[in-house]
Each structure stands twice: as C-alpha cells, then as structure tokens.
Design a protein around this ligand. Structure first.
Ligand code: ADP
Ligand code: MG
Length: 724
C-alpha cells in the first residue's frame, strides 16, 4: 500500500472493529491460582514432612534436600500432566528486560517404543540452556557458552496456556559455568539476604529476640498505552522502536485533563478484565486499574507481594499485557515516552521491608517501641538515597526512560527523598537535637511522645518527587514503565543493607558507652541527618529553583541522560558497596555496566536508522508528491491566467530541503564507529545523535501540518490517541 491507503484502511478497520468473543467472567474463587503450583496445592499433594521442608525453604530461604526436590518434582509433574501439560521450561530473567525460556518435553520412549513421561528432582533443579546468546558483558570471556538455570523454590511454578497446548513454567536463576550471576534474580535474592542480615543486627541491638526472616515487598504500578493494532502496523517506528519517532502534536492533547480517572472505554475495559482473569489464574493479585493522564494511557497495579515473587509476576504481567492486547486488536506500548508532548509512562515501585515478627518496619505504627525501629529503618533509607543516589539513578537509566527523566517531566533526574510534612519535621527535630534532650533514663517523655502522633498517611502526596514516603512504604517513582523492577529493588535492598550495617555499628558503640536505648537511637539518627539530611526535599521537584539548589547548595547530582548516569556503575564506592554486601562481585557489576551501555547505544542506533529510513521512504515521497500536485495545479491555473499564492509550496519545499539536509547530517553522524571508550560512545549518542534525530523530526512534523492529509502516510497522533 502506498500514500495514505494503509492509514485510511486502518481507520476503516477500526471503525468497523468486531469485538473479540470473551468468556463470561467466572468467580474469583473458581479461577484464583488454578494454574499455580503454590504452597496450598503442595500441602494437598505432598507428605507432611516434605511439605514442611518446602514451606521452610519458601519462608526462610533454607536449602532444600535433594530427596525432597524429587518428591516435589513428582507431584509437580502429576499435577501438570493432569492439566494437559506436555512440556516444561525453566523461565529465567536475563539482563534484557524480558524473560527467557527453553522448553523440554516430559516425554521419553522406552525399549518397547512406548512414550513415557519423566521429570526427576534433578531435571527440576537444573537446566542447561546455551548461555552465549544472552547478554553477559565481560562474563563472556570467563564463561564461554555454558549457562545453567536452577529452580527457585521460593517462586511458585505455573502453567502457561495457548489455544492448543500448555507448558509448565519453573521460575529459575541463571548463572554462568563459573557461577557468576547472568540474570536479575540472583542479585535480587542476594540483596534480600544482605538486608535480612543487617536488619537482624539492628533489631537485635534494639532488644528484639524473636526475629523472623526479613523480606522486602514490592507493589508496582504499571502505566501503559493502548493503540489500535491497525495503526501500529502502519507505523514502523511503533513496531520496531516502541515509540513514535515522528508525529505532530494534535490540536487536542491532554490539556483538558479529562482522561485521568475518567470512564474507561468499553473496549479497553473488556481487555482489562480478560487480562486480569488470566492474572488471577496465575495467582497474581491484580488490584486496581484506571485511566491515566494521557488519552490512550492506562494503569494497572497488583496488591504487593514479596519482592522476588513480585518481580517474577511483574515480568509475567508485561508479557501477558502485550499478548492479551494483541488479541483485543490493540498494541500495548510499555515504552516510557511513546508520544512526544504527551505524558509518558512510569512504573512506581512501592517498596517496604518487614517480617512476620516485627511487621512492616517502614510503618510508623502506634507504639514508641515500633517507632524507634521505624525511625532507624526510615533513617537508613534516607542515608542510602543520599549516599548512593547515583546508583538509584543508574539502575533506572535507559534510552527510553531518558525521555522522561531528563525532560522536564515527572520525575526529575535528581534523586531526593520526600517524607511528608510531619515526618520531615520529626527528622528535622532529631537533627536539631530537640528530641534527644528530652529523653531520660531510657524512658521517653514529651519529645518522643511527639513522634507518636504522626499518622499513617501524613498529609499530602508529592507527585514531583522521584522517591517518596507514602505512609508505610517508599515509592520509587522514577522507574521506567518497560523496565524489570529487579534492578531498582536490588539497589534499594542493598543501600538499606549498607545503611543498617552502618547504623548497627554506631548504635552498638553508643549502647556500649552506657547510653539508654532511645537516646542512643536519636544520637545515631542525629549524626545521620547531619550528614545526609540534604537529600530530604518536600518542594516542587520540577522547578528550575530546585534544579539549581539541588546541585549548587545541596551537592546532589543531576544526571539527565543514561550516558551521564550509567558510568556510576563503575564508581569505586558503588563497586565496594556491592562487594561488601555480596550482592554483585566486581566482575558481575562490570558486566552489567557493559550490557546496559551496549543496550543504550544499540537502541539509539536502531532509532536513528529508522528515522533516516522513514524520512526518506515515507515522508519525503509524500512531501514531494504534494509539491508535484501543487506545481501542476499552479502551472495549469497560470495557463488559464489565474495566479495562485505559492507560499505553501515554498514552505513545504523549504521544510523538505531542511529535512533532507538533517537526514544527511544524521547519516554521517551514525557512520562513526571509533570511540576511545564505551562512555565516549554513549555521550556521542546522547549529545550528537539524539539531537540530530530531533532535528529531522522537527522538519518532518512541520511537514505533517502542511502536506495534504490525503497524502500523509503515517497514522496521526489524533487518530492513534483518540480512535478506539
Ligand atoms: P497510588 O496510585 O495511590 O500510589 P495504588 O493503589 O495504585 O496507589 O498502588 C499502590 C501500590 O503499593 C499497590 O501495589 C500496593 O499493593 C502497594 N503497597 C501498599 N502497601 C505496601 C507496602 N507496605 N509495601 C510495598 N508495597 C505496598
Ligand atoms: Mg503510587
């Protein structure tokens, strides 16, 4: 198809869209976790002792005996076969932001030629996919091709269905032959262990005797766009880059604020319900959904779960969102900025830490004793964000998230902490020594009573903060919508572990001096706030004043692009942080830098090539055809003695020439391949390539508003955003 034929036919197909047939909804009881081999199911199928062993592993991370693994494998197999499953797969989480799987049949044949099924503990425990095709950075040198997957018994196995088959999926870690982590799950599990061990030290010093295993929790709010698949198919940029590389702003965008929390379009609601029923079958607790700020933008959030399971579930959600959207005739866009000038998509990662005995340690609670624990944990987070803000920025760095973070859109690329008025006051008072002085003999009076008064939801929310305390958790709001939540969770757990270790040391020293507990806590926190209180900020994070103040007065870093942020993974302090906490060895950390740097450069190169191709093969032809039409008409009229205003033709010609010139510049720029370092290559992409892409786009978008609509080949913003 040429010209605007494909666009027109997309519009007509959308206008005549036939809804897909969906099944009538079933009750939650009937569908909840039917496709999950969870503890409840194991309790029914395993012997008492085997079940107890598995449950202990799930709850505490204790190792599972091989004999028990055999028993679990047998039960898992018979459950899966009873549900029509013929294949199984370890599912793992490589350093891409998507999952990987290698399917194996349960089938074997015996000497009589009969098919039998087999699935032993050893098959459950270990798989061996070829590791060489997954990104592994410098680890490639040391590990050659071999990679292993290993069962993670703490995340339940589940079944994925297609119309004519089903596969048992077994959540797994992925490592090299030499034992290095090649995935996102191993560091997450390690960071949780580091946090557990440090938290235990602090809680023990605080006099706690019964301390259950501590775990981090995560509830991630996922924003996304839906675009009709017919439009998406006519947009090479949406298909290959996940965002529009061209597109003039529509005369109507989100300025009416009429989409946020508005009535959900019926077609979208049907999609959401279908999607959520699938989540329920997989034991994923979908909880809220609503329209987001931009037209065509929506959000879904599950109820929070332990971080490891939440991370696996979040990944599964992204996969299912895309496939379910397709069945409903939509393309689901998880890109952080699919449409210029329109709100982008983030993923708010809500995070807290706690256990069965002390509860949520980021919940202020209602007793002094809880409050002291809370203040220590909250203080630990403040210190962590201040000390390792660059790490938090680096783990959310990607070519796509740069469009939000560096670009005057929520949230800024400067990491600060929002506490809310009441809590901010409490920490300010601690810093000023106002509370410390009022404590006598281990008993807390006035000053500390004051602390008790703040409520679970202290005051307003601050939508402009990248890292906000929201009542009983922190919300990392700068995470990108297409990202795995693992990186951010690893960073948060690790900086918390580090701060808690630091606190334990200081606290122990104070207590050894004979200081009473409460006074010791407040003294440690006073020191902490004096050194790190600068990161607390309750004002408008978007404002120019903050950008200036943050950098000049508070010494915080503003890192607008991935090229600025990612190199911090090579920072000595961050390398030490990860080594000390045993979360990532230096070589594992370096491999992550290399992989993410490569992904950044590659995605910008792909986009740049696409800009050139689309400008040359789609936009230039339509502009020149329009010029041809205009000149033919104009000459014809002239023959009849009628003069026509030539200003439009002149302007189209000028924009076309300027676009062609910019395309030439961009082509020359991307031909350069020699760089002194990866960092230099990244900066080149950020400082040279990206602006040239924008330059081409400016002229192309100007043409879109001048060239005859009937000749324009690409679906327009107004169509993609408003036609459902
Ligand atoms: P909002 O948009 O108001 O921030 P949502 O209800 O959309 O809130 O999402 C909040 C997310 O935070 C949910 O996933 C919720 O389960 C999660 N959450 C609530 N409490 C905690 C907690 N203690 N730890 C981690 N996540 C939590
Ligand atoms: Mg939120």
């Amino acid at each position: 198809m040429s010209g605007n034929e494909s666009r027109l036919s997309a519009i007509s197909r959308i206008s005549n869209h036939q809804r897909i047939a969906v099944e009538a909804t079933q009750s939650l009881d009937d569908i909840w976790a039917t496709d999950v081999f969870n503890l409840a199911r194991m309790e029914q199928m395993l012997s008492k002792s085997a079940f107890k062993a598995v449950r202990t592993t799930v709850q505490t991370g204790a190792p599972l005996a091989p004999a028990v693994a055999d028993v679990v494998a047998a039960a898992m197999k018979s459950w899966a076969l009873s549900k029509g499953v013929k294949f199984f797969s370890h599912i793992f989480y490589p350093m891409t932001n998507i999952t990987a799987e290698k399917h194996d049949g349960f089938i074997l044949t015996n000497s009589d030629g009969n098919a039998i099924t087999e699935f032993s503990g050893s098959l459950l425990i270990k798989g061996e996919p070829d590791g060489s095709s997954f990104p592994n950075g410098s680890l490639r040198m040391t590990n050659a091709a071999r990679g292993y997957t290993a069962w993670d018994p703490t995340s339940p196995a589940f079944i994925m269905h297609t119309d004519n088959g089903s596969t048992l999926m077994i959540p797994s870690v992925f490592m090299s032959w030499t034992g290095e982590a090649l995935d996102k799950k191993i560091p997450l599990l390690r960071s949780n262990a580091a946090m557990d061990s440090a938290a235990r030290k602090v809680l023990t010093l605080m006099g706690e005797t019964d301390i259950a295993t501590l775990n981090s929790s995560c509830g991630a709010e996922q924003e996304y766009f839906l675009v009709d698949i017919n439009f998406a198919n006519a947009r090479p940029d949406l298909l290959l880059a996940g965002r529009t590389l061209f597109g003039a702003s529509p005369v109507r965008g989100q300025q009416f604020d009429d989409h946020y929390f508005g009535a959900i379009p019926e077609r979208v609601q049907i999609f959401m319900q279908d999607f959520e029923d699938q989540l329920y079958r997989l034991g994923i607790p979908a909880k809220t959904h609503h329209n987001e700020v931009a037209p065509g933008q929506f959000e879904i959030a599950p109820y929070f779960e332990s971080a490891n399971i939440a991370a696996d579930h979040q990944q599964l959600m992204m996969t299912l969102m895309k496939s379910t959207a397709k069945r409903h005739g939509f393309m689901c866009l998880l890109h952080e900025k699919p449409f210029a000038g329109i709100n982008g998509s983030g993923k708010h990662v809500n995070w807290s830490v706690g256990n069965a005995t002390q509860g949520n340690l980021l919940d202020p609670g209602s007793t002094p004793h809880d409050n002291l624990n809370f203040l220590l944990f909250c203080g630990a987070v403040i210190r962590g964000v201040h000390k390792y803000g660059t790490l938090l920025r680096a783990v959310i760095a990607s070519a796509s998230n740069d469009h939000r973070l560096g670009a005057n859109e929520a949230p800024p690329a400067i990491l600060s902490v929002y506490l809310g008025d009441q809590l901010e006051n409490v920490f300010q008072d601690i810093k000023d020594g106002k509370i410390a002085s009022s404590i006598q003999g281990g008993e807390m009076d006035l000053g500390l009573t004051q602390i008790l008064k703040f409520e679970r939801d202290p005051g307003d929310r601050n939508r402009t903060s990248p890292f906000a305390f929201t009542g009983n958790r922190f919300e990392f709001r700068a995470v990108g919508s297409s990202q795995s939540v693992s990186g951010p969770l690893v960073a948060m757990n690790t900086i918390l572990a580090d701060s808690l270790e630091w606190i334990a040391e200081k606290l122990e020293a104070e207590l050894n001096k004979g200081t009473a507990k409460a006074a010791a806590v407040l003294s440690v926190l006073k020191g902490l706030m004096e050194e790190h209180g600068n990161v607390v900020f309750g004002g408008d994070g978007y404002s120019a004043e903050w950008h200036k103040m943050a950098v000049e007065e508070r010494g915080l870093k503003n890192l607008p692009t991935t090229a600025d942020a990612l190199p911090y993974l090579r920072d000595e302090a961050i390398r030490e942080l990860f080594s000390r906490t045993n979360v990532l060895s230096p070589v594992e950390l370096e491999s992550r830098f290399e992989v993410y740097a490569e992904q950044y450069v590659l995605s910008i190169e792909v986009e740049a090539k696409l800009v050139i191709e689309m400008a040359k093969t789609m936009i230039y032809p339509s502009a020149s055809q329009y010029l041809g039409d205009l000149s033919t008409t104009q000459c014809g009229l002239k023959d009849l003695g009628i003069e026509m205003d030539g200003s439009i033709a002149k302007s189209v010609a000028a924009e076309t020439n300027a676009m062609v010139a910019a395309v030439a510049e961009l082509s020359t720029a991307i031909a350069r391949h020699e760089f002194d370092s990866v960092e230099a290559h990244m900066s080149y992409c950020a400082d040279q390539i990206r602006p040239l892409m924008d330059k081409v786009r400016t002229h192309a978008d100007a043409l879109e508003t001048e060239v005859a609509d009937s000749l324009w080949p690409l679906p327009k913003y107004r169509e993609m955003l408003f036609l459902k």
